[in-house]
Design a protein around this ligand. Structure first.
Ligand SMILES: Cc1ncc(COP(=O)(O)O)c(C=O)c1O
Length: 281
């Protein structure tokens, strides 16, 4: 049964089961839209400015004007939050409802804006680590835009699940890009590495937070391309995202990562990350 929480749709707050959009919405017909996932701890949105900056970039990539200012976004999202929970906002903007199905952008239509809030559930694989499998990255050339068109990501994640793993690690031209729904980090020769920003990866906000924490705490860290061969001999591998935070990968393609247990740098970074979150909320 549908959980009947309050959601936001085009200027109104209403119960989820009353939130309806037209089948002519371009999000439905074409996947013509972008989204954000913003965590909130104790009712405070975490790194909101950075999430809204990324939203601006995603909207610019698909040539859609941002319908709201940052202050308006904050005002729209605040009533959805519950201070007693760790939560995340899912926010989606599509190009809107057109009168006919046509690839060309329609003129003079209003974007569809939808937002809902959900509780963050503890992720089962967090403390023991997860299994991951590598596969060829089948996605397009605009991976830096957080587009709702996630079919390739879904197929990659499902392929990993079908192989008994929790995440797919994607590889393009022999280099690791990111996970199906996460960024990747590897510890190689004692240095924390993550692939650089560009069109091949989503610029994850959790990734940025980890880079900031590493810098503040003098943890050797570089944004650098990682070959699959290097990756396979890494001392530690992590995948990161706003809702799962920092997850150690303990098995890659059926082989243990180092001794097959979450590594010491993960333990350290996870503690620093949790303390940082607490300090801001
Ligand atoms: C493809 C992809 N890369 C990276 C991330 C991590 O981004 P963030 O840390 O902003 O959640 C996500 C999040 O869902 C994602 O879908």
């Amino acid at each position: 049964m549908l959980e009947n929480k309050t959601v936001y749709l085009n200027g109104q707050y209403l119960p989820l089961n009353e939130a309806k959009i037209s089948v002519m919405d371009r999000g439905f017909l074409f996947g013509d839209g972008v989204y954000e996932v913003i965590p909130a701890y104790h009712g405070r949105l975490f790194y909101l400015r950075q999430h809204l900056e990324r939203l601006d970039n995603s909207l610019a990539a698909i040539r859609l004007a941002n319908p709201h200012t940052r202050e308006q976004w904050q005002a729209i999202l605040a009533p959805l939050l519950d201070a007693g929970q760790n939560q995340y906002i899912y926010l989606q903007i599509t190009r809107g409802v057109a009168v006919k199905r046509d690839h060309a952008f329609p003129e003079n239509i209003q974007p569809t804006v939808f937002a809902m809030c959900s509780n963050i559930m503890p992720f089962a694989g967090r403390d023991a680590g997860i299994k991951a499998v590598t596969m060829d990255d089948s996605r397009w050339k605009l991976c830096n835009a957080k587009a709702i068109t996630l079919l390739a990501n879904i197929l990659h994640r499902q392929e990993a699940l079908d192989q008994g793993s929790a995440e797919a690690i994607l590889v393009r031209d022999g280099y690791v890009t990111e996970g199906a729904a996460s960024n990747v980090f590897a510890v190689i020769d004692g240095v924390l590495l993550t692939p650089p920003k560009g069109h091949d990866i989503l610029p994850g906000i959790t990734r940025d937070v980890i880079l900031e924490i590493a810098q503040t705490n003098h943890i050797a860290c570089r944004e650098e391309a990682i070959s699959l061969a290097q990756f396979k001999s890494a001392e530690e591998i992590w995948v990161t995202s706003s809702t799962r935070e920092i997850i150690p990968v303990v098995e890659l393609d059926g082989q243990p990562v180092a001794d097959g247990k979450p590594g010491p740098l993960w333990q350290n970074m996870d503690q620093l990350f949790q303390a940082y979150k607490q300090s801001l909320s």
